[in-house]
Design a protein around this ligand. Sequence first.
Ligand SMILES: Nc1ncnc2c1ncn2[C@@H]1O[C@H](COP(=O)(O)OP(=O)(O)OP(=O)(O)O)[C@@H](O)[C@H]1O
Ligand SMILES: [Mg+2]
Length: 210
Amino acid sequence: MTAGSFIVVEGLEGSGKSTCISTISTVLKSNGVEDIVFTREPGGTSLAEKLRSILLDPGEKITPEAELLMMYASRVQLVNTVIRPALDRGSFVVGDRHDLSSVAYQGGGRSMDIQMIKNIRRSVLGDFRPDLTVLLDIDPLVGLSRVDSRGAGRDRFEQEKKDFFQRVRDTYLNEAALDSTIKVIDASRSLEDVTLNIKHAVEEFLCSRG
Ligand SMILES: Nc1ncnc2c1ncn2[C@@H]1O[C@H](COP(=O)(O)OP(=O)(O)OP(=O)(O)O)[C@@H](O)[C@H]1O
Ligand SMILES: [Mg+2]
């Protein structure tokens, strides 16, 4: 393998993103990919981790516009200092969330103008895009019940109401219908089924890139 690829995992809280990333890692390794960089958003750099702690703090009152721009500040720093250099070296990058989260959460959840968000993306990231996005689709209440069963408390986003997450879910699915690089996986199924479907999606992607 010569060139790197950027694979992103997206989905609501508790949809199984972290679990999916470990499945993707296993599939990549069993297909001969050794060099994998893992990222998360918001976060993944010194600056972006500081922004993350503010963005997730339930005690912080943040306007939707400020939230959106902090997400992009975090993302641009991560893309320019970590993701692009890793891809240029030929590494694979596996991201826990990326740009689609802003479209879904700030666009869908916060009801901000999705075209405006896409314009910001184009202005600051140009045509940089993931090669494959695995979207874990789940009923928000099922996801949140999984989060609650971990017993770690809810962050600023996790404290939103069901309507918010329903809009996020709908926007994720609308975007997936427009973009063939987004593969939707039914994350309400058993862990075994979800794992198998992720494996198929990643192997199909590896075959298609040759
Ligand atoms: N298909 C599944 N069926 C049942 N439980 C699952 C499934 N996938 C993951 N889980 C469990 O649900 C919980 C949430 O999964 P995970 O942490 O992977 O989600 P996440 O999307 O990363 O959550 P967060 O948004 O909080 O980071 C974990 O306890 C995990 O073991
Ligand atoms: Mg996680």
